[in-house]
Write a protein that binds this ligand. Structure first.
Ligand SMILES: [Ca+2]
Ligand SMILES: [Ca+2]
Length: 238
């Protein structure tokens, strides 16, 4: 017997709730054709696993197992989930500008559309399971950060822009410096060199003042990492 429960209260996301004191990992499985196959494992400290490589408007079935050094537990009860009709903003509605956007909450969707990453693996394996590299953040507000950044990688966020000018803050930890570029609906709005902050977890806020914006709904904010050498936590329009 085990004490695992799996449910979804949001399309594309699975929340694991558990009461299990002796296991070290959870294994997540998805039903495929005629049997369950493993999607991967999550540390017991993580309460959320997200499966994002899905087709829209389709049903998927999941279950979880606990694992410790002795092996796997019995599986939890299977739970079915319907996905949204198509890829969408992370929270289902556009992020608001002014406002703060966590870097890890880029849109759901395909590589070369809502993100570009130099490979197809989330190397640290946290929070989401497409190609973008996401790891736990040691900044004061914790959460997650984008790491393992390579030149030319980018992320896209659907936004509603409600102002014509904003100060833009970028939360950055930089070992080697770098360069970052912002575009709104394909038009460059800002670009800045990033100075070293003292390390991969030495977080500082970089401000770009009086950036001109064109208001409108469902605009695409694209953040391109022109030159690598830093980790990225959040962006704030104020
Ligand atoms: Ca990657
Ligand atoms: Ca973050």
């Amino acid at each position: 017997m085990n004490n695992l429960f799996l449910y979804s209260c949001f399309p594309y996301k699975l929340f694991l709730i558990y009461k299990w004191s002796i296991c070290n990992w959870f294994g997540i499985e998805r039903f495929l054709e005629d049997d369950f196959v493993s999607l991967g494992e999550t540390l017991v400290d993580d309460s959320v696993f997200m499966d994002t490589g899905l087709t829209g408007n389709s049903m998927y079935i999941y279950r979880v197992k606990a694992r410790n050094d002795s092996g796997y537990s019995d599986a939890s009860a299977a739970v079915s989930i319907f996905t949204l009709p198509k890829p969408d903003p992370f929270f289902g509605t556009p992020s608001k500008i002014p406002g703060k956007i966590e870097a890890e909450n880029y849109d759901y969707g395909e590589k070369n559309d809502v993100y570009y990453d130099s490979d197809n693996v989330n190397s640290p394996g946290k929070y989401r399971n497409d190609g973008v590299d996401i790891q736990p953040c040691l900044d004061r507000d914790k959460g997650y950060e984008i790491g393992w950044i390579e030149n030319g990688e980018y992320l896209v966020y659907t936004v509603d822009v409600n102002v014509t000018v904003a100060d833009i803050e970028l939360r950055i930890a930089s070992e080697h410096g770098g360069n970052i570029k912002l575009e709104l609906d394909g038009v460059e709005i800002a670009k800045t060199d990033i100075k070293r902050t003292g390390g991969w977890s030495s977080w500082k806020t970089i401000t770009m003042s009086d950036v001109q914006l064109i208001p409108g709904k469902n605009k695409k904010l694209k953040i391109t990492f022109v030159r690598r050498g830093f980790n990225f936590n959040w962006i704030n329009f104020k």
